[in-house]
Design a protein. Structure first.
Length: 148
């Protein structure tokens, strides 16, 4: 989120609810390294640290295809190498939609906010996260973590 721009209402509530339910929250962004400090500060301003944050360290100016591949590769790493079971994915860009799909996250578990809400059969979040929080997040079950 660029400096000076507020986040969507109820975004922190959504994240904190998942954390309280025992889920590991991962923030994945294709933002270049030179905005990493401001991105981490934005998370800190809303009490969203020390969650795992992954920013792209390789490019100042990513094209959409590079962004999609970067996100796809990291999600596959989380799933295939670390064994993370991704139960829900959130985003706002077509690169999110395409990367989640390429990494095997079902459209039924892909939530998109903003101008791309509902695009390509994803789950739409219109306006802000308030309705989603009350309708989908509060009732979501607690994590059932199984040790490997």
């Amino acid at each position: 989120m660029p400096e000076g721009r507020d986040n969507y209402a109820y975004a922190e509530d959504v994240v904190n609810a998942y954390v309280q339910k025992g889920y590991q929250v991962v923030f994945l962004s294709a933002r270049p390294y030179w905005v990493a400090k401001s991105t981490r500060q934005w998370f800190a301003n809303y009490g969203l640290v020390p969650w795992h944050t992954r920013l792209n360290a390789n490019s100042d100016n990513l094209l959409n295809m590079q962004t999609e591949q970067y996100k796809t590769n990291y999600i596959r790493y989380l799933k295939d190498t670390l064994g993370l079971n991704i139960v829900r994915a959130y985003g706002n860009a077509t690169t999110d939609i395409n990367a989640y799909n390429a990494a095997g996250i079902p459209k039924s578990a892909t939530y998109i906010i903003g101008s791309n809400a509902g695009k390509n059969s994803t789950q739409p979040i219109y306006g802000d996260y308030e309705a989603h929080y009350y309708q989908s997040v509060i009732s979501w079950p607690y994590a059932q973590c199984i040790a490997r």
